[in-house]
Design a binder for this molecule. Structure first.
Ligand code: SF4
Ligand code: SF4
Length: 77
């Protein structure tokens, strides 16, 4: 199962990752982080397909995806 790590205190609560996730498994927390923003979190981790759309979308590089047994080469021909 892919592992999604959202760096809570790097999040600025823009919700772009929530909109980008094709599985609709990201949501905003009801708690705030150190910056005072409602941060993104994964609500249904088992449904993650490891597509990395959330990580690619995040303007603050607050999301890391760990996928075993697969390699992604973005932006290469
Ligand atoms: S890797 Fe893909 S499926 Fe998993 S949380 Fe991110 S956008 Fe959603
Ligand atoms: S895209 Fe990044 S900064 Fe925006 S809500 Fe998601 S994790 Fe936070």
């Amino acid at each position: 199962m892919p592992r999604v790590v959202i760096k809570r205190d790097s999040c600025k609560g823009c919700e772009l990752c929530v909109a980008a996730c094709p599985q609709r498994i990201l949501a905003m927390s009801k708690e705030i982080n150190l910056k005072g923003y409602f941060y993104a979190k994964v609500v249904e981790p088992p449904r993650c397909i490891g597509c990395r759309m959330c990580a690619l979308t995040c303007p603050d590089v607050a999301i890391e995806i760990g996928v075993s047994g697969a390699q992604y080469n973005f932006f290469e021909e």
